[in-house]
Write a protein that binds this ligand. Structure first.
Ligand code: KG4
Ligand code: ZN
Length: 358
């Protein structure tokens, strides 16, 4: 089965042709990083306009690189949510029009489920039960996946996503955007033990995560130690490199520590670490070491598949299509789409005043 995947949930316009759910014939990504850089973050209005310009040529390029025609495509998988409304609508409307005109099925895919499937191309088969840490600029969740397609959130951030924390700290230090890769580069020359950040404690004892306190601690450290943010791409000082390394170590230790505690409770047969922050080699190293201690294989996507792409959307879509699950043409973008279909505890938590983002 040939699936055309389309992704436009945030600031990447992407299209991919995937055969049988795990063979990439093409994967094309137009990143908008340069467009948003002057503003230090994604500007939703600019993002949707850019998607509108790019979607047609990107899909055409994906077909060309795969050496297939529209008539060869069996189905379309498109990111339905979560994401920015204007951005999502471009992909969803385009995909629906295309599916209608070609007379082929369409399936709306949860972007986070897409990240879970980003590991299927370069790793052995996922063995269930699995545990998946999905960590990006918009999301930080750990899912328990007892069987394929069954998800329960077992840890989530109560405030900022980990990638968002990288971006905000980089901005605070005048390092540029996106922050993750820049902080990782500086951290290589810094001392991760220089600044001791305390790990956030969740008062109700759940294995949740929190990064806004860490961000505030970095801000306080900068103020109290007279660290000057860089201006106009100046050379970072040793103090900034040490701070970058210490901050990165704190994020990695929170993520991997929580993952390991959950793995010790849930006995997964595969651990998945995916999303933009999974590009980070310190995170990969620490997760790999945890995997060795646990005796559980850890699957990462390669760099191209860690950040937003359409191959992962096609792979997740393939799973649903194989089960006969398709969307009808009334399907529309869903900015707060959840990925949890087991024991939905969300309402109960909200009732107890627990605030978090899925
Ligand atoms: O998955 P993604 O492309 O988009 C979202 O769905 O959010 O992730 C982008 C995020 C950004 O916050 C970026 O700073 C972070 O991933 N990121 C990294 C690294 N590369 C990207 N964070 C830490 N280390 C990296 N090497
Ligand atoms: Zn993403």
């Amino acid at each position: 089965m040939l699936v055309l995947g389309i992704e436009s949930s945030c600031d990447e316009t992407a299209a991919a042709v995937v055969r049988d759910g795990n063979a990439i014939l093409s994967s094309v990504i137009a990143s908008q990083i340069d467009l948003h850089r002057p503003w230090g973050g994604v500007v939703p209005e600019l993002a949707s306009r850019e998607h509108l310009e790019k979607i047609e040529p990107i899909v055409a390029e994906a077909l060309e690189r795969a050496d297939v025609r529209f008539s060869d495509i069996d189905a379309i998988a498109v990111t339905q949510g979560p994401g920015l409304i204007g951005s999502l609508l471009v992909g969803v409307c385009y995909a629906k029009a295309l599916a209608y005109s070609l007379g082929i099925p369409i399936v709306g895919v949860n972007h986070i489920e897409g990240h879970v499937y980003s590991v299927v191309f370069e790793n052995p088969r996922i063995e269930y039960p699995a545990l998946a840490l999905i960590v990006s600029g918009g999301h930080t969740n750990i899912f328990h996946i007892p069987n394929e397609g069954e998800y329960k959130v077992v840890s989530r951030t109560r405030d900022d996503a980990a990638g968002e924390a990288f971006d905000k700290v980089a901005r605070m230090l005048g390092l540029g955007y996106p922050g993750g890769p820049i902080i990782e580069r500086l951290a290589k020359d810094g001392d991760p033990g220089k600044v001791k950040f305390t790990q956030a404690k969740i008062s109700d004892g759940r294995l949740d995560l929190s990064f806004s306190g860490l961000k505030t601690a970095v801000k306080r450290y900068v103020r109290e130690n007279g660290i000057e943010p860089l201006t106009n791409g100046g050379e970072p000082t040793g103090a900034i490199k040490d701070l970058a390394a210490s901050f990165q170590a704190a994020v990695v230790s929170a993520l991997v520590g929580t993952l390991e505690k959950l793995a010790n409770q849930l006995y997964p047969r595969t651990i998945i670490v995916a999303g933009g922050v999974a590009c980070n080699l310190a995170l990969r190293d620490a997760a790999g070491q945890a995997g060795n201690r646990l005796g559980v294989p850890i699957y990462f996507p390669s760099k191209h598949l860690s950040t937003d792409n359409a191959a992962m959307i096609a792979a997740a879509g393939h799973f649903h299509l194989r089960r006969g699950e398709t969307s009808d043409l009334r399907m529309t973008a869903d900015i707060s789409m959840r990925l949890q279909n087991l024991e939905n505890e969300e309402d109960a938590l909200r009732g107890r005043g627990v605030k978090y983002r899925l």
